[in-house]
Design a protein around this ligand. Sequence first.
Ligand code: ACO
Length: 322
Amino acid sequence: MRARIIGTGSCLPETVVTNDDLAKIMDTSDEWISSRTGIRERHLVKEETTAGMSAEAARRAMESAGVSAEEIDLLIVGTLSADHVTPSCACEVQARIGAVNAVAFDINAACAGFMFALNIANAYLQTGVYRTALILGAETLSKIMDWNDRSTCVLFGDGAGAAVVRAEEGTAGLLAFDQGSDGVKGGVLACRGRSNNNPLVETPKELSYVHMDGQEVYKFAVTAVPHSLQKTIQAAGLAVEDIDYFALHQANIRILQSVAKRLRVTEDKFPISLDHCGNISAASVPILLDEMNRKGMLKPGMKIALSGFGGGLTWASAVIEW
Ligand code: ACO
């Protein structure tokens, strides 16, 4: 029995913001952003919400899988930007799509959130607890950016991606995975978040935004990701050359190029969506996967390596046979 992705979907907000648009409201340029990151534009929400985009991505994934909402028995959303503290984004999605038989919950593993959700779903499906899972990565990062900090706000975008995963007999599905975290280094990419309403505690009611030490994040990514991928590929009984595509978290083109170089793989095996989406944290991997799927790039028997990495710090990889 293997956990197999049988359908994908995604949803991006309507409004497209180009690098030139950003240059009109802050001291930056298309040249600076695109040469350092590969990002040319991103979609940002106006009316859309994390749950609303998630529900739309979920509907598209269920349609692509040929699965009804009633068949979903596990619904997990990886997100660090849910609309509310409670109810969870997953419970809101459950209500919106009518997944009445599902157990629904969110997980926060930052940019590795979708990959953690995949590995959690795999554990449930492998043990026979559930049969059909709907897993998502969804973010509205625009609301937690400091729009006065040009070194971070230009990097991120909003959107949602989804996959239906089912326990199936056969060789296709998840072959191996690896996941890890390193809380000691959490400060290099943080959003300290909440104000404290406790009347017994005096804390400044300051707003908090994403703060990143870009160079430390870069060093972490180009070390941890190739290591995790190599470990996972080996655990799947494969060699790096056997992998048809590396569908990685879309943080930065330079990170992807460095991972490709370290693995001695040509860059054409690393499809990208960051040029038109920016970095959408947990949503990056499922949106990329959905784009690949809809373009017909994924054929039965292909071996795909997936990897997410980011805040926490967290990382997770998987090798799947399509
Ligand atoms: N436009 C113009 N100039 C800018 C901008 C901008 N948007 N942002 C920063 N600068 C300036 C800085 O002010 C600085 O100017 P100074 O030299 O006069 O002080 C100069 O550019 C260099 O700034 P650095 O922060 O040192 O820029 P760096 O070359 O390190 O590039 C970057 C920044 C692209 C973020 C890089 O550190 C990187 O690739 N980091 C990887 C981390 C990453 O991609 N994180 C994404 C999110 S995390 C994740 O998803 C895992």
